[in-house]
Design a protein around this ligand. Structure first.
Ligand SMILES: Cc1cc2nc3c(=O)[nH]c(=O)nc-3n(C[C@H](O)[C@H](O)[C@H](O)COP(=O)(O)OP(=O)(O)OC[C@H]3O[C@@H](n4cnc5c(N)ncnc54)[C@H](O)[C@@H]3O)c2cc1C
Length: 369
């Protein structure tokens, strides 16, 4: 039987950041992931600069071998409209490819890796967990994303509660003709909100790659929304053609309503804990920050992984992520009025810049962790 001090299930940004923070702690950390890396992850791939600072990544160094698209503005509006252009004149966000970014983070984490190893069974023996009948550990970290089996273990069926976004996305490399015909500026991604405000679509060019997707809080008819959004992008001359093979995924919005995120010998980080930003769906930053905060709590616990001792983690997490209002500021208005007000607001330059972009998408009032 193989043993380790900390077993992380999932080598995405949450798991690899946690491991990275534990390097040099003396703890033997093992990450298992069902995929071989590099692996793709359904994601638009924009990451704000504080993430790079927090993880001490030099963007120039990173971009030597990988795609790093500097974003200096956005076009935002309602699906079917032309939108409003907001330019910042400096880099306010980056576009990365998840296959590259996650691979990079995983390999610099310093943890031992077992890739292509899916977590299938977990059982409790005294103060230890035994996984897949081959690994024994006192502490297991659920970092397996939205469908994390560790989250299911400590939430016994409650994982479906809460606000879940279902999304479909495609990322493909354009040929020269597609690049010439593409009406999207690489430094200006475009975001368009659905008419009922239950989601938004995006079109985002990263170097020669194009990423198109749409996510909604209501999974009914998601494919129809994606189809009509794609048709509009073509009709408006933003894209000449779009391959049909969109991939789907989901994530839960913060705050997680009734999800346990610690138990005896268990902690959940990232999407497994349900931490995506309630307005933008930004999940990479909270995934990374939760991993780093969890690592501090693990070090402070000095081997005592009882729930009472780990309870500090959700407290610190809430201090960092805040108590986001799960509703919205228009919640008191009737639906029809809410729609009219939101559409009007969305059409103003002030709202699109200071609320939609600065507050929701760039989270610009919050510095690096
Ligand atoms: C369409 C879409 C677009 C998005 N766009 C953005 C964006 O632009 N910016 C942003 O910040 N966020 C975005 N997000 C959210 C973001 O992708 C997630 O919040 C983020 O990936 C969470 O990281 P994580 O490490 O928690 O989980 P993940 O990145 O999902 O990693 C989980 C890992 O666990 C592994 N795993 C799963 N099950 C098992 C198992 N049984 N055994 C072993 N390993 C397992 C998986 O292989 C995977 O590598 C988007 C999400 C979607 C769906």
């Amino acid at each position: 039987m193989e043993s380790c001090d900390v077993l992380i299930v999932g080598g995405g940004p949450a798991g690899s950041s946690l491991a990275w923070k534990l390097r040099g702690s003396g703890l033997d950390v093992l990450i298992i992931d069902k995929s071989d890396f590099p692996r793709d992850k359904v994601c638009a791939g924009w990451v704000t600069p504080p993430v790079f600072k927090t993880l001490q990544i030099d963007p120039d160094e990173y971009s030597k071998k990988r795609v790093l698209q500097h974003i200096t503005g956005f076009r935002t509006g309602m699906v079917g409209g032309t939108g409003i252009l907001n330019e910042y004149g400096e880099t306010v966000s980056y576009g990365i490819r998840r296959s590259e970014f996650d691979h990079y983070l995983l390999h610099r984490s310093g943890a031992r890796l077992q890739l292509g190893e899916s977590l299938k069974t977990i059982s409790r023996h005294d103060n230890h967990w035994i996984l897949n009948n081959i690994i024994i550990t006192p502490l297991i970290i659920g970092a397996g994303g939205h469908f994390c089996p560790v989250s299911r273990l400590i939430n016994s069926g409650n994982v479906k509660n809460g606000r879940v976004v279902v999304a479909k996305e495609i990322e493909f490399e354009m040929d020269h003709k597609q690049e010439r015909e593409c009406g999207i500026r690489p430094d200006i991604p475009e975001l368009f909100f659905c008419d009922d405000l239950k989601g938004y679509g995006w079109c985002f060019r990263k170097g020669s790659f194009l990423n198109i997707g749409l996510g909604r809080e209501d999974k009914v008819g998601i494919s129809d929304h994606v189809e009509s959004f794609s048709r509009l992008l073509i009709k408006q001359g933003k894209v000449s053609n779009i391959p049909p093979d969109f991939k789907g995924h989901a994530y839960m919005l913060y705050p997680p309503t009734s999800r346990n995120i610690v138990e005896d010998g268990v902690m959940l980080v990232g999407d497994a804990a349900g931490l995506a930003h309630p307005k933008s769906g930004e999940g990479i930053r909270p995934a990374i920050e939760s991993g780093l905060i969890a690592a501090d709590v693990i070090i402070a616990a000095v081997g005592n992984y009882k729930k009472e001792r780990l309870q500090l983690y959700p407290e610190l997490l809430e201090k960092r992520l805040g108590r986001f209002n799960p509703g919205n500021s228009l919640a008191l208005f009737p639906e029809a009025l809410k729609k009219t007000i939101s559409h009007r607001l969305m059409a103003t330059k002030w709202f699109s810049r200071h609320i939609v972009l600065d507050r929701w998408f760039l989270n610009s009032n919050q510095g690096p962790l």
